[in-house]
Design a protein around this ligand. Structure first.
Ligand code: 4NP
Length: 178
């Protein structure tokens, strides 16, 4: 059973943020795939998608070349991504923050403790694990950074099937939101 989506904070926008460690592999892959699926579903006027890392090492850099190649091989455009680091403002601006692994979730929760609307975001279930929405499993999206190309394919599979669930939920949410 996948997690329920938290309610929109505003009537005109639903902002989804994907969060990993470096913002050059997992969360940008999820960002590009989800944004593409949101667009295809006709939801781009309502749903925004972006991503960030908990660390600052790669800020301003494009996606890891293996992540970019894996996306490009499946017809996605990785070229616009530039890495960013999360800050305390994300808890106020986003309806849903999805952490790629348990360490990212722990770091986000720690940041939320000092952030405006951070406690509210946690209480409202706005900070979840990405795979809480995966129809085929739970837990971490494994970090592919130190591994081989297979790791990136595995991430893309998880991201594609989870993005499909998320878009379906967002679509239903749009039609049930007053
Ligand atoms: P990501 O992967 O969190 O999926 O972007 C990583 C990227 C960089 C590093 C670790 C993980 N790093 O240690 O620089």
């Amino acid at each position: 059973m996948t997690a329920a989506l938290p309610a929109p904070r505003r009537p005109d926008r639903y902002a989804v943020g994907l969060v990993c460690l470096g913002n050059i592999c997992r969360s940008p892959m999820a960002d590009v795939v989800l944004a593409q699926r949101v667009d295809e579903a006709g939801l781009a006027g309502w749903v925004s998608v972006d991503s960030c890392g908990t660390g600052d090492w790669h800020v301003g850099q494009p996606m890891d070349r293996r992540a970019a190649a894996t996306l490009a091989a499946e017809g996605f455009d990785p070229s616009r991504h530039r890495a960013r680091q999360v800050d305390a403002g994300w808890f106020a601006t986003h309806d849903l923050l999805l952490a790629m692994d348990a360490a990212n979730l722990r770091d986000l929760r720690a940041l939320a403790a000092t952030a405006p609307r951070g406690a509210e975001a946690l209480a409202e279930g706005r900070v979840l694990l990405f795979r809480d929405l995966d129809p085929c499993g739970t837990g971490d999206v494994p970090d592919p950074y130190y591994g081989g190309d297979d790791g990136f394919t595995e991430v893309l599979d998880m991201v594609e099937r989870t993005a499909a669930v998320l878009v379906d939920r967002l679509h239903r949410r749009l039609w049930t939101t007053p």
